[in-house]
Ligand binder design. Structure first.
Ligand SMILES: Cc1cc2nc3c(=O)[nH]c(=O)nc-3n(C[C@H](O)[C@H](O)[C@H](O)COP(=O)(O)O)c2cc1C
Length: 188
């Protein structure tokens, strides 16, 4: 039987009263329906990464880098702040390097009318520098605050279908790149 894909779901906001936690719960519940995945939720509130780079690696940073190295692929949940992504996402990306490389990343974004896609387009440039593959399929949630009720985030079915399509795309790349990382693909 195929080994499960280990996917890290990374929360991109630690703002007080953030929507990230509510939307993240919904993404988690969608992923829970997919038996081939082993999901590691990474929340900046729990990661406790130092806000500036320290000369000595802290235990929190070492633990974070180990979890990133163990993942086969990533889903980054990002809001849009001033037509870009929050500094929280940048800190998370900057806190590891080789651990991200040759792995795929998909984005679930949210914001006003544009659904956070300006944050995603900029993130594609950043992750390229980390030798990651940003997959085409993603989920962009416009005005998600309109779909929050006492049960949490309850968007329409197309949003759930978009998660499904995104995970298929991410899963293909995660499988392909896991095989490729295990082989010697050097040219000479
Ligand atoms: C500093 C800041 C800047 C924002 N700029 C944008 C923006 O440029 N475009 C947009 O669609 N929403 C913008 N928003 C609205 C956020 O997308 C919305 O508040 C979202 O809930 C933030 O995610 P969070 O609650 O998980 O932190 C901004 C919010 C903040 C706090």
């Amino acid at each position: 039987m195929k080994e499960k894909l280990k996917i890290a779901l990374i929360y991109g906001s630690d703002r007080e009263n953030r929507l990230c936690a509510v939307i993240g719960k919904w993404v988690q519940s969608e992923l829970a329906e997919m038996p081939g995945l082993d999901v590691d939720v990474m929340d900046p509130l729990e990661l406790k990464l130092p806000p500036r780079f320290m000369a000595e690696e802290t235990t929190a940073v070492a633990d974070f880098r180990r979890r990133i190295s163990e993942a086969d692929g990533f889903i980054v949940l990002t809001p849009e702040y001033n037509h870009s992504f929050p500094s929280t996402v940048k800190l998370i990306l900057d806190t590891a390097y080789d651990e991200w490389g040759r792995k795929p990343v998909a984005f679930v974004s949210y914001g006003g009318m544009a659904g956070g896609i300006r944050a995603v387009e900029q993130l594609r440039q950043v992750v390229a520098e980390l030798s990651m593959v940003s997959v085409r399929a993603g989920v962009a949630l416009a005005n998600p605050w309109n779909d929050i009720n006492e049960r949490g985030f309850s968007p329409s079915k197309p949003a759930a279908d978009a998660v499904d399509t995104m995970v298929r795309d991410l899963g293909w790349w995660a499988t392909a790149l896991r095989v490729a990382r295990q082989r010697d693909l050097s040219v000479n």
